[in-house]
Design a protein around this ligand. Structure first.
Ligand SMILES: Nc1ncnc2c1ncn2[C@@H]1O[C@H](COP(=O)(O)OP(=O)(O)OP(=O)(O)O)[C@@H](O)[C@H]1O
Ligand SMILES: [Mg+2]
Length: 261
């Protein structure tokens, strides 16, 4: 359903390409993990998929196809139809992605407002059910709250509800759990698995945490300095990393030690 072919992105202000010939594909209902060191081009790849590349600041080439429709070169109005409807996006910092002066419920239903002709009541009902689906307790109450009244974990759930409210084909998640503590992190991972299972949403899941990727994704791609150095079935890559950089990453995973409390 998603196919990236030979993607190149070079920012005018940089000498090196941020993305230097990436090819990736995601099948229907699949979760692909994308890992790699800081600055390796993960977020720029995600932005290219989500139609969020600052086009004026860079040169880009290649193909990004969602069910055959070109995203990389699509014009604004075509992009706007796809963004939020067929692709949902969740970034690391819910605090900066949500509007502080807009009620949470309104933000969850924003994509419905933009992309559907549902009535106000229907939108509210859909938003409440999306909030329930991400296991936010008391959606009716939270609907009328402002972002600062929610905890970090609740905000991230609200962001996921907002991204998933239109039941997009693809969710792009860029380090969605990095800012959260470990317990909340694993709850969010379970939630993403549930969305994948129940709605068949495909996901591009970016993380620098290999353990997190392992829990969630069936395939993984490893990125270093703008290129994919290794890709494969997650368990195979972990059990038998071939590229020296992947070997280093796998060796650096902290092994779980039993703690005595
Ligand atoms: N708007 C921009 N203007 C100029 N350079 C940029 C811009 N956005 C990203 N870059 C550069 O592109 C390269 C890739 O950045 P990117 O954000 O994709 O890395 P990343 O793999 O997501 O890293 P991290 O794990 O830290 O999030 C970096 O060298 C970065 O500085
Ligand atoms: Mg990033």
């Amino acid at each position: 359903m998603l196919e990236i072919r030979d993607l190149h992105v070079k920012f005018h202000s940089r000498c090196r390409e941020a993305v230097a010939g990436v090819s990736l594909s995601i099948a229907d209902g699949e979760i692909l993990g994308l890992v790699g060191e800081s600055g390796s081009g993960k977020s720029v790849t995600a932005m290219s998929v989500a139609g969020l590349l600052p086009r004026k600041q860079c040169d880009y080439s290649g193909d990004v196809l969602l069910d055959g429709a070109d995203l990389l070169h699509a014009d604004r109005s075509a992009l706007r139809k796809i963004q939020g409807r067929e692709i949902g996006v969740v970034f690391q910092e819910p605090q900066s992605s949500l509007d502080p002066v807009m009620k949470v419920g309104k933000q969850v239903e924003e994509c419905l407002y933009l992309h559907t002709s549902l009535t106000k009541e229907e939108r509210r009902a859909r938003a409440l059910s999306a909030m329930a689906a991400v296991e936010l307790s008391d959606p009716e109450v939270l609907y009328g709250k402002y972002p600062h009244e929610l905890s970090g974990g609740m905000l991230q759930r609200a962001m996921i509800a907002a991204a998933a409210v239109t039941h997009p084909k693809l969710l792009v998640l860029d380090e969605p759990t990095t800012a959260l503590d470990v317990t909340i992190q694993s709850q969010i991972l379970e939630l993403l698995k549930k969305l994948n299972r129940e709605y068949g949403m495909s996901m591009l899941f970016i993380s620098h945490n290999l353990n997190v990727v392992r829990k969630l994704s069936s395939r993984v791609a490893v990125m270093q300095t703008g290129v994919i150095v290794e890709t494969g079935v997650t368990e195979d890559v972990y059990a038998n990393p071939r590229h020296p950089y992947t070997k280093k990453l796998v060796a650096a995973i902290p092994t779980r030690k039993k703690k005595n409390f």
